[in-house]
Write a protein of this length. Structure first.
Length: 307
């Protein structure tokens, strides 16, 4: 039974959606380095409709290229850094010399909202000698983390990513601490210039979002959420849709499918096990829902990634 009260605790500090900079507990930033390296291209960095469940960060050293994002085209320039959030469909265009560092960062499983949900991250920020030094150091420390080829089809597979995740987990504690510090330093450059996503000023809806993310692996029902908001079920559904533009069930299902994609991509769990992990008692319903959101079945999604 959820008790109606203004401050929900104990637990992680709630994200604030009132226009101030949102504070995600730094302890919850479960960043995992997958790949890092430096690549030189000559009009051969042209890949279309790329999308992955990890964050891509680039530091351009020399030359220029174009990054096509869903809502804008970004010209990649020397001495600047760029970020592509996870699950963002994008394309590259390169017509000449292009020298850049790349860093692939995976946000591991957690209950809090992820960075791109909480922040509007700038696509471009100015680089610095210190930031370039971080990339150079990471390349020196992790030569095996370099991509086998620049073609996303050669590395953007669940089997390959599982290997990268396993390699990270097998590192010594001091190595993980060093890498975590380096990744936070790089990501902080974007967070410093980020804007908070103002989802809602309604305290009731803030509590509901926190609850959904904290229980995304459970079978969440609308009655529970109405109780969290301390309103009736019909009024809650109307309030949620007014605030966010979609129903609470649509939001929950979208978050569950995103988590399912991550599980299918980074683990060998059977589809049935993935469904149960996310609170689905009916595997067939889970498959239908997954297809509705991704235009493919979980089996086809995994098979395509492992081609």
């Amino acid at each position: 039974m959820y008790l109606c009260r203004r401050n929900v605790g104990p637990g992680p500090m709630p994200a604030r959606f009132n226009g101030q900079m949102i504070q995600i507990p730094i302890e919850s930033m479960n960043l995992m380095l997958l790949n890092v390296g430096r690549a030189q291209h000559n009009a051969d960095w042209n890949w279309q409709n790329v999308s992955s469940p990890f964050i891509r960060i680039y530091y351009v050293m020399e030359g220029e290229a174009l990054l096509h994002l869903p809502e804008q085209d970004v010209r990649l320039r020397p001495r600047h850094m760029y970020i592509i959030p996870a699950y963002t469909v994008h394309s590259y265009e390169c017509h000449g010399q292009f020298d850049h560092y790349y860093l692939h960062v995976y946000e591991g499983f957690k209950n809090e909202m992820n960075l791109q949900e909480v922040y509007e991250l700038p696509s471009e920020v100015e680089g610095s000698e210190a930031a370039a030094g971080v990339f150079e150091h990471l390349c020196y420390r992790l030569p095996d983390a370099r991509l086998p080829h620049s073609d996303p089809n050669s590395y953007d597979t669940s089997a390959q990513t599982s290997d990268y995740v396993k390699r990270y987990h097998e590192m010594a504690l001091w190595e993980k601490m060093e890498l975590r510090g380096a990744m936070l330093m790089v990501v902080s450059r974007f967070i410093r210039e980020a804007r908070p996503r103002v989802w809602t000023n309604d305290e009731r809806m803030k509590r509901v979002l926190e609850y959904i993310h904290a229980h995304i692996s459970d079978n969440i029902n609308v009655e529970q959420l109405a109780s969290v908001a301390c309103v009736t079920k019909p009024y809650f559904i109307k309030l949620f849709k007014r605030e966010f533009g979609f129903s609470p069930v649509q939001y929950i299902n979208n978050k569950k499918v995103e988590r399912a994609q991550l599980l299918l991509f980074t683990t060998d769990k059977a589809v049935k096990e993935v469904a149960y992990t996310l609170g689905f008692s009916d595997q067939n319903y889970f498959i239908r829902l997954f297809r509705k959101h991704t235009d493919t079945t979980p089996q086809e999604y995994r098979r395509r990634l492992r081609r």
